[in-house]
Design a protein around this ligand. Structure first.
Ligand SMILES: [Fe+2]
Ligand SMILES: [Fe+2]
Length: 160
C-alpha cells in the first residue's frame, strides 16, 4: 500500500483509474483459475469484474464518447470503440449467465480480460491522447462521470 492514490485531475485520469482497477481484478481471476479455486469464489470475482466493466463502459458511452466524438473529429476511432464495447458486453452477458463450474467459464473471463487490454491500449494511445490535445472540458466532466458511476453502481451496474 505504498503507492499514492491515482490523481483524479480530469476525465482521463478517472477513466484510466477504472482501467487499472479492473486489470488488477483480471490478474486475481487468473490466479484463481490457475489454482482451481472454488466455483463460488471465481463466480463472485467474475460478477464483480462484469459489473465494474459495465458501469465503466456506460459512463464512457453516455458522457465521454459523445463529447470525444464532437471534439476529436475522428468518427472511425469512436465507432471502433463502440463496437468493441458491444462485443465486450456480449461476452459479459454470457459470463453473467453462466455458473463457474460450466465448461469455458474461466476461458471466457480470461479472454474478456485480453480483449479489454486491447481496448484500453487503444483508448490510452489514441483516444485519450487526442482528447487531451482537443478542447474537451476534461476537468469539467469529472463530476458528471463520478455521479453517473455512483448511480449505476448503486443500481447494481445495470444500464438503463
Ligand atoms: Fe472504452
Ligand atoms: Fe475505458
Amino acid at each position: 500500500m505504498s503507492k499514492a492514490p491515482p490523481k483524479m485531475n480530469d476525465a482521463v485520469d478517472l477513466l484510466d483509474a477504472d482501467h487499472i482497477a479492473v486489470k488488477k481484478l483480471f490478474t486475481q481471476f487468473k490466479k484463481l483459475s490457475e489454482t482451481e479455486a472454488p466455483a463460488a469464489e471465481r463466480k463472485a470475482l467474475a460478477d464483480r469484474i462484469c459489473k465494474e466493466l459495465t458501469v465503466h463502459a456506460d459512463i464512457e458511452e453516455q458522457i465521454f464518447y459523445p463529447a470525444a466524438r464532437e471534439a476529436i473529429g475522428d468518427d472511425a476511432l469512436l465507432n471502433e470503440a463502440e463496437v468493441e464495447h458491444a462485443s465486450a458486453k456480449d461476452l459479459i452477458a454470457q459470463i453473467s449467465g453462466m455458473e463457474a463450474d460450466e465448461e469455458l467459464f474461466d476461458a471466457k473471463v480470461i479472454v474478456l480480460g485480453e480483449y479489454i487490454d486491447h481496448h484500453v491500449e487503444e483508448e490510452r494511445e489514441e483516444m485519450f491522447t487526442k482528447a487531451r490535445k482537443s478542447d474537451m472540458d476534461l476537468k469539467g466532466m469529472v463530476a458528471d462521470l463520478k455521479t453517473l458511476k455512483e448511480e449505476l453502481l448503486a443500481n447494481d451496474g445495470v444500464s438503463a
